[in-house]
Design a protein. Structure first.
Length: 291
């Protein structure tokens, strides 16, 4: 006997951990019972296809060109997801009906935003967001010659090959490192401590919720404290159970919605939200500061 919907969901997760990536009815209300698909629609085949994406800023002549191999054979991480596309360029009709939130936002902020920063992308999949960040860094480096780009794109072992392929496709082998990072495990010593963490479409697999929160904590806590690590966290609301993730996240982080994006209203209509996370101080540190 299950006492609530979340308890039932957890039991079903044990039976079929990937069931959330299939068709399901919208359980968030609104009067509709139409099935929805959590894996975003891809053009033609998603095995061995290469997409050519162009990101530009409406406020400048800035343009970022990305060649992106997509391949579903190693899992759903090998395809493009809506929130990641929102993070690299302005919303457009050529790539995704949901827009391109996190990639879009980075492009609109421009090279100055990523200049001189150590950047790490979590759950990179194809590596789209990290690749856009690296190309922006290169534009600043080419013009000023004063920065050494440092970008890590990370995911589980089955996705490393496609990420490596995309790094090579975009001639970023000298500036982007591909690394295995399993959420909830100790950070590999080979990773540089980031001061900017990018995460897009990481909230979809309930058993991984506490692991993701732990890794976010580890990345921030690995810093020296001289400068707070900035986390841009973009997600698409899909299920009521997403609240469970944010209940966990709220114990370690506070957050504010990013408001300086002119496309915010458009992607909010698609249930996509871009947040900036801040680490909560442990009670012992708060007490010491007050004393």
């Amino acid at each position: 006997m299950f006492h609530d919907d979340l308890e039932l969901d957890e039991a079903l997760d044990e039976i079929d951990p990937l069931r959330h990536l299939m068709h399901q009815s919208d359980d968030d209300g609104g009067g509709g019972n139409e099935p929805k698909i959590l894996v975003p629609k891809q053009r033609r085949s998603v095995q061995g296809e290469t997409l050519h994406l162009s990101f530009s800023s409406p406020c400048s002549q800035l343009s970022v060109e990305i060649a992106l191999a997509v391949d579903a054979s190693p899992g759903c991480g090998g395809i493009t997801w809506p929130a990641g596309e929102v993070c690299s360029s302005p919303l457009g009709r050529d790539v995704s009906d949901d827009g391109k939130v996190l990639s879009s936002y980075l492009t609109k902020r421009g090279p100055e935003f990523v200049h001189g920063r150590n950047i790490l992308e979590l759950g990179s999949g194809t590596g789209l967001v990290g690749l856009v960040a690296a190309k922006l860094q290169l534009q600043k480096t080419t013009s000023a010659g004063t920065s050494t780009p440092s970008v890590y794109i990370t995911d589980q072992a089955p996705l490393l090959e496609i990420m490596d392929r995309n790094v090579q496709l975009n001639d970023l082998s000298s500036t982007v490192a591909v690394a295995e990072l399993n959420w909830g495990t100790p950070l590999p010593p080979s990773l540089s401590v980031p001061d900017l963490v990018l995460a897009a479409d990481c909230v979809y697999f309930e058993p991984a919720f506490p692991l993701l929160v732990q890794t976010l904590c580890d990345l921030v806590d690995a810093g020296t404290g001289d400068k707070e690590t900035e986390i841009l966290f973009c997600y698409k609301k899909r299920r009521k159970a997403d609240k469970r993730f944010f209940n966990m996240l709220g114990k370690a982080f506070s957050w504010d919605e990013v408001t300086d994006d002119p496309d915010k209203v458009a992607y909010n209509r698609e249930a996509i939200t871009l947040l900036r996370l801040s680490r909560r101080k442990p009670p012992s540190l708060r007490t010491r500061k007050n004393n």
